[in-house]
Design a protein around this ligand. Structure first.
Ligand code: GLA
Length: 731
């Protein structure tokens, strides 16, 4: 690949990321300047095109006289304390109490492939010629902090992956109090900013807000990436939409507390930083030690949000998710949680499996309640030993019975947690995060284990491995049902106490790495009270995430719509559940529930014994449709057509196969109104010259007609009805 060019004369690097350029320059005094990110430009030296006038802190008498004032400088990785008062990328506190950082160029390297990040999940290159990396070494010669700034571009993708490795090259310790993964300076403030906000059962709702002067942020301080905000934002031109306009995506490959801040300064330029949340964070860097930031994945689209999302979908499907399940069709599963909650035994599960098999369902997942003393959510977490008394048999026997019924078997864990009422807590109270001098805060009656501790990591690996080895288990649901409070490890020395937030994540990632490597055939799905940890980092270990505890098809329209801004459809856990829905009390047609669950991994979560014959017929149809369209949904391109946020009546989306021969369009009537005006939908992603038949309408038209004129969504009667249109290319 020849995607990274160094223009010797102007000391400029140009990263050619698909159909976008990212340009940075070394100034004569070694500052690393950010010059441009966007659609391709032919020139290298872009300095004259930027307003860099004014600004304080240029001292003509100093040998370090700056070429460009730090105050107005567009910087790649700015430090604080040396004339740049905007939000920094890094600050370091030296032993003498000083804290300025000004990183200057030392050397650079351009090489094929992409290096792994030590202990952290990240995108990867499938072969060394699929990616190219630029590594720039910079150093502050006063405080001794050095950094290697990594930039990777991927063949044919508009994405750039960035991270930094900081090193203490001095003789005395430094404290990193603020260390971002990425900083990008934009030459204007004419953007709107996207936040995917939410709460339990209402994750990843879409909110665009115009940038205003000063700072605006999106963050989690909860220890996990959270349902409240996703570690993602996009800046878009004010008039950008799904199909047009410039959009800049920022996605953080991290599951812990994060910060994304956009700051508009006096010059009306905008700085965006993203990384580990500096709140309550400090990391001691002893002489010679290194710190690796999580990875940030930037995506440029000149053609609206839709194109940005598809760029993330492709990259995260093929260069972030891993393992045998990455590209494999996922089995249609039935999960017993909403069917039984804690009240089940082996006979009930086997009954469910037998009914499921008749419907073409392929795997039974045994959810919470099979271990320890676990009849409700007050006790048992941490005791990962099978409760044979409750099940009425051993796990192996149960799994064999389910396998004999023709289904694979999956199992639920919530490894990072412990109930005070558990044998584990009674034996090791110090294994839970808590502050010895304060009362503990419980969440769902549980505490969070100290994942930074080797003993805890070893215990979990041993217990989970033991269970997975004891029976023919094909799938694991890895849950995490509360946030972190009293973030304190009694195993860390005081001066490293604030490292706990990040050490927790490193410990968790280590355990996950171990398990997915040791059990490559097992399909892992992540979950956190539904979708409270739906982030790219988790997808590196587990190729699908339960999107929400809210299984209501109408609420799911919004949750899945927001999720699709970054995350591939094939990673979105979605199930058909019972009505009235357990979270909303709403009754929706069985068909709609199936159509909405198709927008994801597809499965069921209800008691099949309570269904009618009519429902069984619907399941048969849904399973057939899943098999017919799974490849298009899993591997195809996804287009959002009508936003459930903008339109109170309809929502619509579609999938198009890579060869553009097949497409599936789905529309859902959110709320019916009598005599409502006809709703027109314009398709996307077809070949304009292709001749396509919409099977259900019996109409054959060219792709350009379907995309530019569109057609009226067939009339339905009643709330929450869905329409599914199958489109086949005929010529
Ligand atoms: C969380 C999950 C649910 C279920 C329960 C079990 O809420 O999101 O799917 O597994 O825990 O306690």
């Amino acid at each position: 690949m020849d995607a990274i060019i160094f223009h010797e004369e102007s000391k400029t690097f140009k990263l050619i990321a698909g159909e976008s350029n990212y340009v940075l320059q070394i100034t004569p005094k070694g500052q690393i300047a950010h010059r441009y990110w966007g659609a391709p430009v032919r020139d290298f030296d872009l300095r004259a095109m930027l307003d860099l006038a004014g600004g304080a802190c240029i001292d003509e008498n100093d040998e370090n006289i700056l070429d460009e004032s730090n105050e107005t400088f567009h910087a790649e990785y700015p430090g604080g304390g040396a004339g740049d008062w905007r939000i920094p990328a890094v600050t370091a506190l030296a032993q003498d109490g000083s804290s300025a950082v000004d990183l200057r160029y030392v050397s650079h390297e351009i090489f094929d492939g992409k290096p792994a990040l030590k202990g952290l999940p990240a995108t990867y290159a499938n072969s060394s010629d699929e990616a190219q990396t630029l590594a720039i070494t910079v150093k502050d010669k006063y405080c001794g902090l050095s950094a290697v700034l990594y930039y990777t571009v991927f063949d044919g993708s508009n994405a750039i992956a960035r991270h930094s490795v900081l090193r203490n090259d001095g003789d005395t310790p430094l404290s990193l109090n603020y260390v971002m993964s990425v900083c990008v300076d934009f030459p204007s403030m004419d953007y709107k900013m996207l936040g995917l906000y939410g709460a339990w059962a209402r994750e990843r709702h879409v909110e665009w807000k115009p940038l205003r002067r000063g700072g605006q942020n999106i963050q989690s301080r909860r220890g996990f990436s959270s349902a409240q905000f996703n570690p993602f934002t996009a800046l878009a031109a004010p008039n950008a939409d799904e199909k047009s306009g410039e959009v800049y995506g920022f996605s953080l490959v991290y599951s812990g507390s994060f910060l994304i801040e956009a700051e508009v300064d006096v010059k009306e330029t905008t700085r965006v930083v993203m990384g580990i949340n500096p709140y309550d964070f400090a990391w001691k860097l002893d002489a010679g030690e290194e710190f690796t930031t999580p990875e940030a994945v930037l995506v440029y689209s000149g053609a609206g949000y839709g194109e940005m999302s598809r760029t993330y979908h492709k990259l995260y499907s093929k260069n972030l998710c891993r393992g045998q399940w990455r590209d494999k069709r996922r089995p249609i599963l039935i999960n017993n949680w909403e069917a039984t909650y804690f009240k089940f035994n082996a006979d009930k599960l086997v009954q469910l499996a037998k009914l499921a098999e008749k419907q073409g369902i392929e795997m039974l997942v045994m959810d919470d309640g099979w271990f320890g003393k676990r009849e409700n959510d007050h006790s048992g977490l941490g005791d990962w030993y099978v409760n044979e008394e409750k099940l009425g048999c051993s796990l192996d026997e149960l799994v064999n019975r389910v396998n004999d019924a023709g289904l694979k078997f999956g199992i639920w864990f919530e490894p990072e947690m412990v109930n005070p009422d558990s044998n584990l807590y009674r034996a090791h109270p110090d294994w839970a995060l808590a502050m010895p001098t304060r009362p503990r805060t419980l969440g769902r009656n549980q505490m969070v284990l100290d994942m930074s501790r080797k003993e805890v990591q070893d215990y979990l690996v041993e217990r989970i491995s033991d269970i997975l080895n004891s029976a023919n288990i094909s799938y694991v649901k890895w849950d995490c049902n509360r946030f972190i409070t009293e973030a304190f490890s009694c195993a860390l020395p005081a001066e490293r106490g604030r490292e706990i937030w990040h050490r927790y994540m490193l410990g968790l990632y280590g355990v996950l790495e171990h398990l997915v490597t040791a059990f490559p055939k097992v399909l892992f799905e992540s979950c956190a009270s539904g979708g409270a940890r739906f982030d790219p980092a988790m997808l590196h270990y587990m190729p699908q995430t339960w999107a929400s505890d809210n299984t209501d098809a109408i609420d799911r329209l919004k949750i899945q719509y927001g999720t699709s801004f970054v995350y591939p459809i094939r990673t979105i856990g979605a199930h058909v559940s019972a009505t009235p829905n357990h979270q909303t009390g709403r009754t929706t047609p069985f068909m709609t529930r199936g159509d909405v669950a198709l927008q994801g991994t597809f499965g069921y979560e209800l008691d099949l014994a309570k269904l009618s014959e009519g429902d069984y017929d619907q399941i048969e149809d849904q399973v057939d449709r899943y098999h017919e369209y799974q490849k298009v949904i899993f591997n195809g391109d996804f287009y959002r057509l009508i936003s459930p946020f903008d339109d109170l009546t309809q929502a619509a989306w579609m999938y198009v196969s890579a060869d553009k021969k097949n497409a599936l369009v789905q529309c859902v009537m959110q709320i019916m109104t009598a005599n409502h005006p006809p709703r027109r939908v314009k398709l996307q992603g077809l070949d304009p010259a292709g001749f396509y038949k919409i099977e259900e309408l019996g109409v054959t038209m060219h792709g350009d007609t379907l995309m530019n004129l569109g057609f009226i969504i067939p009339e339905v009667y009643g709330d929450h009805q869905s329409v599914c249109l199958t489109i086949k290319r005929k010529g």
